[in-house]
Design a protein around this ligand. Structure first.
Ligand SMILES: NC(=O)c1ccc[n+]([C@@H]2O[C@H](COP(=O)([O-])OP(=O)(O)OC[C@H]3O[C@@H](n4cnc5c(N)ncnc54)[C@H](OP(=O)(O)O)[C@@H]3O)[C@@H](O)[C@H]2O)c1
Length: 162
């Protein structure tokens, strides 16, 4: 896909990125916000028991990183309001059904709104216990697929994996 068309494709879209504290997903999140600020919403699923914990992780492990310096510079004093308007941290866990999103209203909102799902959640420890690795990398992929099937507007499901 040409850069121009990818950029245009993202405009006005509600995008769910799963595994947003990860190496690849952080780069993706920064790039989307930098090149296409006119997205509808960026939902970031982070491994957490609730949205407060997820929001804390979003600030501590994603937005506070040097990677976001350029974006902070671009928005200056409006960075915080830009982020609160466009980004929502969602607590969850891919290894359980419905991605571990306990808030039913939020789950239904995601099913209604999401245009694009990008799953980058995985255990990347090659010496991980087999049951744990199966739960995240295999069952996780299935849970993402089942979640995607409930998204009435979905245009793209991108699964990132080794
Ligand atoms: N990095 C590369 O160069 C590269 C190259 C090719 C392919 N890949 C593949 O791309 C994917 C992402 O790689 P990465 O390097 O970004 O990995 P990473 O830095 O280890 O990130 C993995 C992400 O998955 C999340 N996660 C793990 N278990 C989860 C769960 N149960 N529920 C929700 N989130 C969970 C982690 O969250 P926590 O912070 O909670 O652990 C983290 O945010 C992997 O499948 C990897 O094999 C990576």
């Amino acid at each position: 896909m040409e850069f121009g068309s990818a950029h245009n494709f993202l405009e006005g879209k509600a995008i769910l990125v799963i595994g947003a504290t990860g190496f690849l997903a952080k780069l993706l999140v920064e790039k989307i916000l930098r090149v296409q600020p006119n997205i509808k919403k960026l939902y970031l699923l982070l491994r957490a028991g609730n949205s407060e914990e997820a929001t804390q992780r979003l600030h501590d492990e994603v937005l506070s990183k040097d990677l976001f310096k350029v974006l902070r510079g671009m928005w200056g004093a409006e960075f915080v309001s830009f982020i609160s308007e466009k980004v929502l941290a969602v607590g969850g866990d891919v290894s359980v059904e419905n991605l571990g999103i306990k808030d039913t209203k939020l789950r239904e909102k995601l099913w209604e709104e999401t245009d694009i799902i990008i799953n980058s959640a995985a255990t990347t420890k090659f010496y991980e216990r087999l049951d744990v690795a199966m739960g995240i990398n295999t069952m996780g992929a299935l849970h993402v697929l089942n979640f995607a099937k409930n998204c009435s507007k979905l245009q793209m499901l991108l699964h990132v994996s080794t």
